[in-house]
Write a protein that binds this ligand. Structure first.
Ligand code: ADP
Ligand code: MG
Length: 326
């Protein structure tokens, strides 16, 4: 596609790094992986109408396209380094590209991440971002290390992004009440939906202590089930312990717990630690700003179940967002 579009993106996202031998402009980027480090690589695609509603601001799309990928690196305990951007646009649109690049650069800036290449094509709006991060040999967080007796923890609060999405849904059963709710509360939830904060610093902090880790993209129950399946264990969630924001509790007093268990797009880290490490981890992550809450434990067996304060099984039948309607 037009050189001017590529230039518009890379002008805003330029970031000098010594480990980029050759960035945008050749057939491929050349990158130096430092000795003793492993490369963590991930790709995530956002399709208009599927991963973000039509009408989402270009800057929010650019920000989120990179942020969801940074969240994957966070879940591995990797330090973000380089990205590649495959952008498909219906038509050359300078305003879109300008906004998009601004949001993308905003997500990259805290990590001095360099955009080192990409592809620009025409077609239905679709954004695919590849990220590379660095992690010391053997130190990456994985899904397969949870052990019976470990504590399950989660950063931040859950369910906010799903609450934000519900605020945009005009056919939502509570649409009328939501429209009249204080704007600040709606805005708080929409910010969580449009501007997720990748928990990179938390992931780095957890390298030495977490036995398993995943980022919550599809919903807590669905994502924790990936940890239990990979680790050959089960998990019990204490629904009363789920960290819920005051905005979510105020706007969705009845549904908050269900949104926290099943709602996607939160991009918090769900992880397991040995029980005797939980208090220290809480303190360490509180210092980093996101905090971490103990929400359950790893048990023998398989699968994830949630229980209320009375010990009643409250596991909802549908577990988060599943692709292709499965
Ligand atoms: P090629 O035909 O060799 O694949 P292109 O003409 O598609 O190269 O792209 C030229 C250069 O611009 C390449 O270095 C490529 O990585 C970069 N590039 C293309 N599109 C983007 C984009 N959306 N973001 C960042 N870099 C891009
Ligand atoms: Mg080429």
């Amino acid at each position: 596609m037009e050189f001017s579009l590529i230039e518009a993106i890379t002008r805003r996202t330029a970031q000098a790094r010594e480990d980029v031998v050759l960035g945008v402009g050749d057939d491929a980027a050349l990158l130096d992986v430092p000795a003793g480090q492993q490369l963590a690589a991930a790709v995530d695609t956002l399709v208009e109408g599927v991963h973000f509603p039509k009408g989402t601001a270009p800057a929010d799309i650019g920000y989120k396209a990179l942020a969801v990928n940074l969240s994957d690196l966070a879940a591995m305990g990797a330090m973000p380094a380089w990205s590649l951007l495959a952008l498909t646009l219906p038509a050359p649109d300078a305003d879109f590209v300008e906004g998009f690049a601004q949001g993308f650069a905003q997500a990259a800036a805290p990590y001095r991440m360099a955009l080192v290449g990409g592809d620009t094509t025409s077609g239905p709006l679709c954004v695919s971002v590849t990220v590379h991060g660095l992690v010391p040999q053997g130190a990456a967080l994985r899904r397969d290390g949870a052990r019976q007796g470990d504590v399950v923890m989660v950063t931040g609060t859950l369910g906010d992004a799903a609450g934000g999405l519900a605020c945009l849904d005009r056919s939502h059963p509570r649409a009328a009440a939501l429209m009249e709710a204080p704007e600040a509360l709606r805005a708080a939830l929409l910010t969580r939906l449009n501007r997720p904060e990748p928990r990179v610093a938390a992931g780095l902090q957890l390298r030495e202590v977490a036995t398993a880790c995943i980022d919550v993209s599809d919903g807590l129950l669905a994502d924790l089930a990936h940890i239990t399946a990979a680790s050959g264990v089960g998990a019990h969630i204490d629904a009363a312990a789920l960290p819920l924001s005051s905005a979510l509790l105020t706007l969705f007093p009845e549904q908050a717990t269900a949104l926290a268990l099943g709602g996607g797009d939160d991009y918090e880290l769900c992880f397991t630690v040995p029980a005797d490490a939980a208090a220290q981890v809480s303190a360490d992550l509180a210092r980093l700003g996101c905090g971490a809450t103990r929400i359950g434990r790893i048990v023998a067996g398989e699968g994830v179940r949630a229980f209320d304060a009375e010990g009643q099984d409250v596991t909802p039948p549908r577990r988060g967002w599943e692709h292709f309607g499965a």
